[in-house]
Unconditional design. Structure first.
Length: 171
Protein backbone atom coordinates (compact mmCIF):
# COMPACT_ATOMS: atom_id res chain seq x y z
CA UNK A 1 0.00 0.00 0.00
CA UNK A 2 1.52 3.38 -0.97
CA UNK A 3 1.41 6.50 1.19
CA UNK A 4 -1.51 7.97 -0.74
CA UNK A 5 -3.68 4.97 0.12
CA UNK A 6 -3.05 5.15 3.87
CA UNK A 7 -5.77 6.80 5.91
CA UNK A 8 -4.88 9.46 8.44
CA UNK A 9 -6.93 11.20 11.12
CA UNK A 10 -7.87 14.00 8.75
CA UNK A 11 -9.29 11.48 6.24
CA UNK A 12 -11.49 10.14 9.03
CA UNK A 13 -12.70 13.65 9.94
CA UNK A 14 -13.44 14.43 6.28
CA UNK A 15 -15.42 11.20 5.90
CA UNK A 16 -17.43 12.06 9.02
CA UNK A 17 -18.22 15.52 7.65
CA UNK A 18 -19.27 14.02 4.29
CA UNK A 19 -21.75 11.89 6.25
CA UNK A 20 -22.94 14.62 8.61
CA UNK A 21 -22.99 17.53 6.12
CA UNK A 22 -22.82 16.29 2.52
CA UNK A 23 -23.96 19.74 1.41
CA UNK A 24 -20.64 21.35 2.49
CA UNK A 25 -17.31 21.30 0.68
CA UNK A 26 -14.83 20.49 3.44
CA UNK A 27 -11.82 20.05 1.12
CA UNK A 28 -9.98 22.95 2.80
CA UNK A 29 -9.83 20.85 5.96
CA UNK A 30 -7.52 18.42 4.13
CA UNK A 31 -4.86 21.14 3.95
CA UNK A 32 -5.55 23.23 7.05
CA UNK A 33 -6.17 20.23 9.31
CA UNK A 34 -2.98 18.47 8.24
CA UNK A 35 -1.02 21.69 8.53
CA UNK A 36 -2.28 22.14 12.09
CA UNK A 37 -1.29 18.58 13.02
CA UNK A 38 2.14 19.07 11.43
CA UNK A 39 2.65 22.28 13.39
CA UNK A 40 1.82 20.46 16.64
CA UNK A 41 4.29 17.69 15.88
CA UNK A 42 7.00 20.12 14.78
CA UNK A 43 6.58 22.40 17.80
CA UNK A 44 7.06 19.46 20.16
CA UNK A 45 10.03 18.06 18.21
CA UNK A 46 11.77 21.45 18.05
CA UNK A 47 11.03 22.26 21.71
CA UNK A 48 12.50 18.91 22.77
CA UNK A 49 15.63 19.66 20.75
CA UNK A 50 16.06 23.15 22.23
CA UNK A 51 15.52 21.79 25.74
CA UNK A 52 18.66 19.65 25.27
CA UNK A 53 20.56 22.96 25.24
CA UNK A 54 18.66 24.53 28.13
CA UNK A 55 16.74 26.76 25.73
CA UNK A 56 13.15 27.52 24.95
CA UNK A 57 12.10 28.11 21.35
CA UNK A 58 11.89 31.88 21.75
CA UNK A 59 15.28 32.06 23.43
CA UNK A 60 16.88 30.22 20.53
CA UNK A 61 15.27 32.77 18.20
CA UNK A 62 16.94 35.64 20.08
CA UNK A 63 20.35 33.96 20.05
CA UNK A 64 20.01 33.03 16.37
CA UNK A 65 18.97 36.59 15.44
CA UNK A 66 22.03 37.98 17.22
CA UNK A 67 24.23 35.35 15.54
CA UNK A 68 22.91 36.35 12.10
CA UNK A 69 23.51 40.04 12.84
CA UNK A 70 27.10 39.95 11.62
CA UNK A 71 30.55 39.73 13.13
CA UNK A 72 29.88 41.94 16.13
CA UNK A 73 26.47 40.32 16.68
CA UNK A 74 25.04 43.44 18.29
CA UNK A 75 21.47 44.66 18.06
CA UNK A 76 19.32 47.00 20.08
CA UNK A 77 16.40 45.50 22.01
CA UNK A 78 14.12 47.37 19.58
CA UNK A 79 15.83 45.78 16.56
CA UNK A 80 15.46 42.39 18.23
CA UNK A 81 11.77 42.65 19.06
CA UNK A 82 10.98 44.15 15.66
CA UNK A 83 12.86 41.36 13.87
CA UNK A 84 11.20 38.68 16.01
CA UNK A 85 7.71 40.27 15.86
CA UNK A 86 7.53 40.51 19.66
CA UNK A 87 6.53 43.15 22.17
CA UNK A 88 9.18 45.02 24.14
CA UNK A 89 8.02 43.23 27.30
CA UNK A 90 8.43 39.81 25.73
CA UNK A 91 11.94 40.56 24.50
CA UNK A 92 12.93 41.98 27.91
CA UNK A 93 11.86 38.77 29.62
CA UNK A 94 13.84 36.64 27.18
CA UNK A 95 16.88 38.89 27.47
CA UNK A 96 16.73 38.72 31.28
CA UNK A 97 16.87 34.93 31.18
CA UNK A 98 19.58 34.81 28.49
CA UNK A 99 21.69 37.37 30.34
CA UNK A 100 21.30 35.52 33.65
CA UNK A 101 22.52 32.36 31.90
CA UNK A 102 25.58 34.25 30.60
CA UNK A 103 24.66 33.93 26.93
CA UNK A 104 24.04 37.61 26.12
CA UNK A 105 25.31 40.90 27.42
CA UNK A 106 23.39 44.18 27.52
CA UNK A 107 25.58 47.24 27.36
CA UNK A 108 25.00 50.96 26.88
CA UNK A 109 25.20 52.12 23.28
CA UNK A 110 28.54 53.90 22.75
CA UNK A 111 26.91 56.83 20.92
CA UNK A 112 23.64 57.15 22.85
CA UNK A 113 23.53 56.81 26.64
CA UNK A 114 19.77 56.22 26.55
CA UNK A 115 20.07 53.19 24.26
CA UNK A 116 21.29 49.65 24.89
CA UNK A 117 23.05 47.12 22.70
CA UNK A 118 22.64 43.37 23.09
CA UNK A 119 25.38 41.01 22.03
CA UNK A 120 26.23 37.35 22.31
CA UNK A 121 28.87 36.31 24.82
CA UNK A 122 31.47 33.75 23.76
CA UNK A 123 29.48 31.03 25.53
CA UNK A 124 26.25 32.27 23.91
CA UNK A 125 27.86 32.14 20.48
CA UNK A 126 29.14 28.60 21.09
CA UNK A 127 25.73 27.54 22.39
CA UNK A 128 23.77 28.95 19.45
CA UNK A 129 26.20 27.38 16.99
CA UNK A 130 25.71 23.95 18.61
CA UNK A 131 21.96 24.39 18.92
CA UNK A 132 21.71 25.53 15.29
CA UNK A 133 23.48 22.43 14.03
CA UNK A 134 21.12 20.22 16.07
CA UNK A 135 18.15 22.32 14.94
CA UNK A 136 19.01 21.81 11.28
CA UNK A 137 19.45 18.06 11.85
CA UNK A 138 16.05 17.97 13.58
CA UNK A 139 14.46 19.79 10.65
CA UNK A 140 16.09 17.41 8.18
CA UNK A 141 14.73 14.43 10.12
CA UNK A 142 11.25 16.00 10.16
CA UNK A 143 11.37 16.38 6.37
CA UNK A 144 12.76 12.90 5.71
CA UNK A 145 9.48 11.64 4.23
CA UNK A 146 9.81 14.11 1.35
CA UNK A 147 12.21 13.87 -1.59
CA UNK A 148 14.33 16.96 -2.32
CA UNK A 149 12.13 17.99 -5.25
CA UNK A 150 9.01 17.60 -3.08
CA UNK A 151 10.59 19.82 -0.41
CA UNK A 152 11.35 22.48 -3.01
CA UNK A 153 7.81 22.28 -4.37
CA UNK A 154 6.31 22.48 -0.87
CA UNK A 155 8.54 25.43 0.04
CA UNK A 156 7.44 27.28 -3.11
CA UNK A 157 3.76 26.58 -2.45
CA UNK A 158 4.01 27.66 1.18
CA UNK A 159 5.83 30.84 0.14
CA UNK A 160 3.11 31.66 -2.39
CA UNK A 161 0.40 31.00 0.19
CA UNK A 162 2.15 32.99 2.91
CA UNK A 163 2.63 35.99 0.63
CA UNK A 164 -1.13 36.28 0.43
CA UNK A 165 -1.20 37.45 4.05
CA UNK A 166 -0.57 41.09 5.05
CA UNK A 167 2.96 41.97 6.11
CA UNK A 168 4.56 38.79 4.74
CA UNK A 169 6.50 40.31 1.85
CA UNK A 170 9.63 42.44 2.02
CA UNK A 171 10.71 45.31 -0.15
Amino acid sequence: MCHDELMDKIDLILAQWRQARPDLDCASMAVIGRLGRLVSHLEKTLADNFARFGLKDGEFDVLATLRRAGDDGQLSPTELYTSLLLTSGAISKRLDRLEAAGWVLRQPHPDDRRAMRVQLTASGRALVDQALEAHLATQEAALAALAPEQRAQLAALLKQWLQGFPGETTG
